[in-house]
Design a protein around this ligand. Structure first.
Ligand SMILES: *Cc1c(COP(=O)(O)O)cnc(C)c1O
Length: 466
């Protein structure tokens, strides 16, 4: 056995490798990245040697590894991926995909000055909130509107501005947790409100609210159970009923709607979610929702409702901490503008377009995908029917009948294949069902089907002689 010390002595020095690597014409990365890559790969070999491996390395191998590591480190960490999960609003994959027109506008706004807080007509200071308020009030019928960083911030800002120090009544059936530790009881505590639970887990009646209203009460809060569905022996109190109760005591009704639907999808046969306008018509004083769920825009928290309440929020010093960034505003404004032409909004907003895509279109897309895949004796590709989801903690009870390519390659486990798809450029995210990898076509565009097909067509099984 070669002894460890002599192997260690043969390890190249970082500076020596740096000279070799920087002389390569492919080595275009910043020196700091090159150095770190060299360090990392040399350390890796050192660990091998220390652990007693009879590890033989050649300089060529080392250079190849360093090159791979440099390539990995020298590209943006936040990168595009192909969503083959069929989940339209995948929180881990960035939720809503923005309309194409939005990205073009973003580019222009991001690399120039803008009238973010400047009134071009008067030459005076303006408000960043003015850019979308008119659009939001027009689209929802609200008196006033305000946008913040996300919906969690919106809920916090509402409670802090309007009900701080008072009691807020919430049904026990609506004490939800949204992913990422957003929990109604915690947010309530943090904003200095006293949560008063009413009703039971499965049933809450109007009388449950009536009994608990007193002079300490600051608001009635309804929370949309966006990420789960209660079925069976259940009952909740509608916004309209809450309104009637609140009116008797001069209290505001706040609705944390979550998903923020601006266009009726019931008419497309999808789900039973009311639109923001419908919630306001039921006389909620304030409705808040996310920008990157069913609205199909950027991450944002949108608050619409009574001007008297929204004005209080505009004066709250916390607004500065939650304020929306100019790129988000640019994206939100353009997404909202798509809704001004309802006839084309469904086609122009990727989230809505994917959710409402008819089954026959999905099937045709799946067939095109299948067609692109070259047949080999060791490959098995099949177009299968699947159940897709809207995702993002929205429409939990809704199944979207969809199509996927199920792929299997002889001698390669589904787990290996899934890992290799993730290592692809761009990474392709699928899921494993019964030892096959499934790529759902609902969330994949034509060019992405092409890239996925290229992955399979160029795939060589290790040890394969072809
Ligand atoms: C999603 C959701 C939130 C959190 O919204 P973010 O925009 O992710 O911060 C809060 N409440 C409800 C009911 C939700 O569905």
């Amino acid at each position: 056995m070669t002894d460890k010390n002599s192997l260690m002595r043969r390890l190249p020095a970082v500076d020596e490798m740096l000279r070799i690597i920087t002389a390569q014409e492919w080595a275009k990365a910043p020196e700091v990245i090159i150095k770190l890559a060299i360090q990392k790969e040399i350390d890796r070999i050192r660990q091998h040697i220390l652990s007693g491996d009879t590890y033989q390395f050649s300089q060529e191998d080392l250079i190849v590894r360093i090159k791979t590591e440099i390539e990995k480190q020298n590209k943006p960490h936040l990168q595009r991926v192909i969503n083959g999960t069929g989940v339209v609003l995948h929180t881990n994959l960035g939720r809503a995909k923005l309309p194409a027109a939005v990205s073009r506008h973003l580019l222009a706004i991001s690399s120039s000055y803008s009238n973010l807080e400047y009134n071009v007509e008067s030459g005076e200071r303006g408000s960043r909130y003015d850019h979308v308020e008119g659009l939001l009030t027009f689209l929802t019928g609200a008196e006033s509107a305000l946008v913040v960083n996300n919906n969690a911030a919106a809920v916090y800002l509402i409670l802090d501005s309007i009900v701080k120090g008072k009691e807020v009544l919430v049904s026990r059936g609506e004490l939800v947790e949204i992913g990422g530790s957003f929990r109604i009881p915690e947010i309530m505590k943090a904003s200095g409100c006293q949560l008063v639970e009413v009703g039971t887990t499965n049933k809450t009646h109007p009388a449950d609210y009536e009994e608990r209203v007193n002079e300490q009460t600051g608001a009635l809060l309804k929370v949309h159970t966006s990420n789960y569905k209660m079925i069976g022996f259940t009952e909740d109190v509608s916004l309209a009923r809450l309104r009637a109760i609140a009116d008797g005591h001069d209290l505001p009704v706040i609705y944390d709607m979550g998903c923020g639907l601006l266009m009726d999808l019931k008419t497309s046969g999808i789900g039973e979610e009311p639109t923001v306008r419908q919630c306001l018509e039921q006389k909620a004083d304030l409705v808040c929702f996310s920008g990157d769920k069913l609205l199909g825009g950027p991450q944002a928290g949108i608050i619409v409702g009574k001007a008297s309440y929204i004005n209080r929020m505009k004066k709250n010093h916390l607004l500065r901490a939650f304020r929306i960034d100019k790129l988000t505003l640019a994206a939100l404004e353009l997404t909202l503008r798509e809704y001004l032409t309802p006839e084309t909004a469904l086609a122009q907003i990727p989230t809505l377009q994917m959710i409402t895509m008819p089954e026959e279109c999905l099937k045709a897309r799946g067939e095109r995908f299948l067609h692109r895949l070259e047949q080999h004796a060791d490959r098995n590709y099949e177009l299968v029917q699947t159940q897709g989801q809207v995702g993002g903690g929205t429409m939990p009870g809704v199944c979207l009948p969809s199509y996927a390519i199920a792929a299997a390659i002889d001698g390669v486990s589904a787990v290996q294949l899934e890992r290799q798809l993730r290592a692809y450029e761009p990474p392709i995210i699928g899921r494993i069902v019964k030892d096959r990898i499934l790529l759902d076509v609902r969330t994949m565009e034509e060019d992405e089907l092409e890239m996925a097909a290229a992955f399979f067509n160029n795939y060589h099984v290790k040890g394969d002689t072809q």
